[in-house]
Structures are given as structure tokens and as C-alpha cells.
Design a protein around this ligand. Structure first.
Ligand SMILES: NC(=O)c1ccc[n+]([C@@H]2O[C@H](COP(=O)([O-])OP(=O)(O)OC[C@H]3O[C@@H](n4cnc5c(N)ncnc54)[C@H](O)[C@@H]3O)[C@@H](O)[C@H]2O)c1
Length: 456
């Protein structure tokens, strides 16, 4: 069934809502006039309440694992009791950070065997996400798995199946979609704020060694301090290579390129905002232009995606770009465009820009006639709605990462659905992973986003 085009009525209703709010802005605290044509509306969230303790472990206690654990324990009633990593330095750091009494191990199965652990954070490199997540759910644990949910598109079904079979609480870590900004964008799109969606674009620009994944390699890195064999998982055996271990994103066996690393965030937000299951056609091009450090993946990637019409949204096109050699770095955006305006969506801010004079519904000839007739009497000027309306989160907002974890723990406590379950996570990961396939195979890929199958 096709989505009904946004009717004139609903469009007018939206405009009148915005107009009325703007008129009343001076009287409403939190609605601030910024510059000419720009208005801020503070976005709010309900209060959080503390509850009973949930005991967690982090598996993969590196950069994101530590950030995840820090945020997780900032949610009231959550305690970290264990950490697992393949590099000893990370385990020492975890004890220093979370207390010398926490249990540490190199083997995640020892974490899963413990009765005192309710939930695990899986923040290993991508090539371990599926195995650890499935094993964890089969062991009765709730799981917060970092994005992309899987390393290869063929792995997704196993995670969805483990979630459903175990009735597990499983949240994928594209935290942006839990943000006030993404929620506001979803609400605005549904209200007809940009008219009928026809195009979206996203971009990620970086220009530094760290941004391009050239992370520091610890001086003590060796086969003694690192469980190299375990790291390799099912991928080809090779001699210890610290670069592969600490800069795993650069290698196809362990990472998922810029697309799996960054596009996946944009897919997650876009799918949340539009209610989409994903594109049915994926095309990519790009190249390795600058960071020629032995990496196997491009540092510039352009992806194009066709989204078919569904009962949630009209057909639209998506264009995504990552550039790791961008002199204007560091910026990123997600923009949704409709026939009546556009939205720039951030996690803490949405900028809605609308056509000042929307003429599509007016016959240009009739319009000319009308103007002429009016001019005879009195050519009175009109009130014009503001160009841009800026929605900003309230001061003190804890942010998307907190919200995502809050949502995960709420799911564990109350059994309510999480925002990014395995099916959602698979649908967000699939086009990102297929984008890599398209790049390497040099062909467009047809995908069925509902049945989650390649179309032949
Ligand atoms: N949501 C976000 O915004 C965000 C941001 C950064 C990274 N990530 C994701 O987080 C994950 C980790 O990325 P990172 O930047 O923290 O990498 P990292 O290299 O800093 O950390 C990964 C850690 O996992 C450990 N590890 C590897 N295999 C393991 C295994 N089998 N068992 C236990 N530990 C293992 C490594 O020793 C390392 O300490 C990736 O999937 C990445 O895509 C998400």
C-alpha cells in the first residue's frame, strides 16, 4: 500500500502550528528567537528514576567498550562487575577504572558462564559481534552489541534468531536513534514538515591520522600480552601483527570499512526517522586516495541507495559519503529533503528549513491573475513564516548515548521493546555491508529489505 501524499490540509495544519507557536514564542519559556527567521524550541524528556541493580560486563574493553561501560554505569542502578579483553593492558586499565575487585578474563565464555552477570556489552571488533552476541543470548544474557551488528550480511539472521528464540533483550549500539534530535525529526516528518520525502543525504568528513584509524600501538604489544589466535576467529591464520590487532578497522577480515563504521549510523537514524526497512538497490564507488598504510579498504566512499515506496514512506533516493582526506573536516550531517523543505538532523538539534512561498499547489497562471486583480485595490504585504526553525535539546540533556543505554536497561527491567533490536540492527547493517560488496565487486546490488535476502 502506498503512503498517502501529505495532504494540503495536513500541510496547512503543520504550517499553522508552527506559525502559531512562533507568534506565541515570546510568551513561552524555552522557545527562543535566535536570529531573524530562526527560532529555537527546547526539546524535553521525562525524568529518569533509579531502580534495582543490573550487573554488567564489558566484552572488548577498548575505546568504545570503555565509553559504553562509563555511560552504562551512569544509568542509576547499573553496576559493572567484569571485563573481558584480548590485550592485557585493557584488563589492567579496566581494573584501574572500575575497581580492583572486578573479574577480568581474556575468554568471553568465562563471562557468559557467570551467574552474577545480567547483561553484556559487546564492543569487540566487528568480526566477533555475531558469535559473542549469539553465545551470550543462548547463555541467558541481555546484550548491548556495538554497531554494525554483524561483519557480513549473511550473519544477520543468526542474531535475529537468537534474540527471538531466547526472547532476549538485545540492543544494537547506534545510539543516535535514541536521541531527542532523531525523535524530533521523526515527529516532524510524520507531521508533513518537509512535505513528501524524495531524497536524503549524509556525510562524514575527517582529516587526521586518528580519524583515519591510525591508532597508537602500545609499546608492550606482543603475542605474550595479546591473545592473537583468539583474535583471528575463523579468518586466515597469520603471524602476530600488532597493526592488524590495534588498527583492525583497516582490514577486511575484522572491520567493515568506512561504510560499516560510519554509514551504519546514518542508516540507523534514517530508518528510525522514516520507519523504513531499507533500500532495494545499493551502488558504491570510491578509492584509497591518501592513507596508503597497507589498509585494504577505501578512504573515500560514495554510496547511492534506492528506497522503494512502502506504507511508511514514498520512494526516495539516498546519497552517502565518507571522506577521510577532507580539508574541511571534522563534520558530519544527515539531511532529509522533501518537496516543501528539508531537515538537517543532529542528535541534539534539528534545523527545519521550509520554502518561504510554497507554490507547487498553485497554478502559476492563476497566481499571476490573482496578483493583478489584487494590485488594482491594494497590494498588501503578507506575513511570512520563518525560513528556518531550530529545535535544540534543553540545557543539561544527557545525550543519545545515555538515552540508548537507558532504553536498553528499561527493556531489561520492564520487558518493553528496545529502540534498536536485532531486526532493526540487521536492516541498518545490511546496506552498509552491501555497500562494501558493491564497491569491491564493482556492481549494483539488489536487496530485499523486508525478506532480508539478496535478489538474484
Ligand atoms: N557507537 C559508536 O558510536 C561507536 C564508536 C566507536 C566504535 N564503535 C564500535 O565499537 C566496537 C569497538 O571499537 P573500538 O573503537 O572500541 O575498537 P578498539 O580496538 O578500541 O577496542 C576493541 C577491543 O576489543 C578487544 N577484543 C578483540 N577481540 C576480542 C574478543 N574476541 N574478546 C574480547 N575482546 C576482544 C580488543 O583487544 C580491543 O581492546 C566496533 O564494533 C566499533 O564499530 C561504536
Amino acid at each position: 500500500m502506498s503512503r498517502k501524499p501529505v495532504s494540503q490540509n495536513s500541510r496547512r495544519k503543520f504550517i499553522s502550528n508552527v506559525a502559531q507557536t512562533v507568534v506565541a514564542s515570546a510568551a513561552i519559556p524555552g522557545f527562543i528567537k535566535a536570529a531573524e527567521g530562526e527560532y529555537y524550541e527546547a526539546m524535553k524528556r521525562e525524568q529518569y528514576a533509579a531502580n534495582d541493580n543490573i550487573q554488567i560486563a564489558v566484552i572488548g574493553a577498548g575505546g568504545m567498550g570503555t565509553a559504553d561501560a562509563d555511560t552504562a554505569i551512569s544509568v542509576p542502578g547499573v553496576k559493572i562487575v567484569a571485563a573481558c579483553d584480548l590485550y592485557d593492558g585493557r584488563l589492567i586499565a579496566a581494573k584501574e577504572r572500575y575497581g580492583k575487585d572486578i573479574f577480568t578474563t581474556r575468554n568471553y565464555r568465562e563471562i557468559l558462564g557467570r551467574k552474577d552477570i545480567d547483561a553484556v556489552i559487546v564492543a569487540t571488533p566487528d568480526h566477533w559481534h555475531k558469535d559473542i552476541s549469539v553465545d551470550a543470548m543462548n547463555s541467558g544474557k541481555s546484550v548491548y552489541c556495538e554497531k554494525p551488528m554483524v561483519h557480513d550480511v549473511s550473519e544477520g539472521a543468526a542474531v535475529v534468531d537468537a534474540q527471538n528464540r531466547n526472547k532476549a533483550i538485545f540492543q544494537v549500539g547506534s545510539q543516535g536513534l535514541s536521541s531527542l534530535g532523531n525523535e524530533k525529526a521523526k515527529e516532524l516528518l510524520a507531521a508533513g514538515a518537509i512535505g513528501k520525502l524524495n531524497y536524503a543525504e549524509g556525510f562524514w568528513a575527517r582529516n587526521s591520522p586518528f580519524g583515519a584509524w591510525q591508532y597508537d600501538i602500545p609499546a608492550d604489544a606482543s603475542e605474550k600480552t595479546v591473545d592473537w589466535k583468539m583474535f583471528l576467529n575463523k579468518y586466515p591464520d597469520r603471524p602476530f601483527d600488532a597493526k592488524r590487532f590495534f588498527r583492525w578497522r583497516c582490514y577486511k577480515d575484522y572491520g567493515t570499512g568506512v561504510s560499516g563504521d560510519l554509514f551504519v549510523h546514518l542508516f540507523s537514524s534514517l530508518h528510525f526517522i522514516t520507519g523504513s526497512a531499507g533500500p532495494d538497490k545499493v551502488m558504491a564507488t570510491g578509492g584509497l586516495r591518501f592513507w596508503k598504510d597497507g589498509r585494504e579498504v577505501p578512504d573515500i566512499l560514495l554510496g547511492m541507495f534506492d528506497y522503494p515506496e512502502t506504507n511508511k514512506h514514498p520512494a526516495f533516493n539516498l546519497s552517502l559519503r565518507v571522506n577521510f582526506v577532507d580539508g574541511t573536516a571534522d563534520n558530519t550531517y544527515l539531511r532529509l529533503v522533501g518537496n516543501e523543505g528539508s531537515m538537517n538532523v543532529e542528535w541534539e538539534k534539528v534545523v527545519l528549513t521550509r520554502n518561504k512561498a510554497y507554490a507547487a499547489a498553485d497554478d502559476p497562471l492563476l497566481k499571476t491573475k490573482q496578483v493583478k486583480e489584487d494590485a488594482i485595490l491594494y497590494e498588501r504585504k503578507k506575513m511570512i513564516a520563518p525560513d528556518a526553525t531550530v529545535f535544540k535539546s534543553e540545557e543539561g540533556y544527557k545525550g543519545a548515548h545515555f538515552d540508548h543505554f537507558y532504553n536498553f536497561f528499561k527493556g531489561i527491567r520492564t520487558g518493553t521493546a528496545v529502540t534498536e533490536d536485532a531486526l532493526f540492527g540487521y536492516r541498518a547493517a545490511a546496506p552498509a555491508l552491501l555497500c562494501n560488496d558493491s564497491y569491491f565487486l564493482e556492481k549494483a546490488i539488489q536487496w530485499d529489505p523486508v525478506k532480508l535476502k539478496l535478489k538474484t
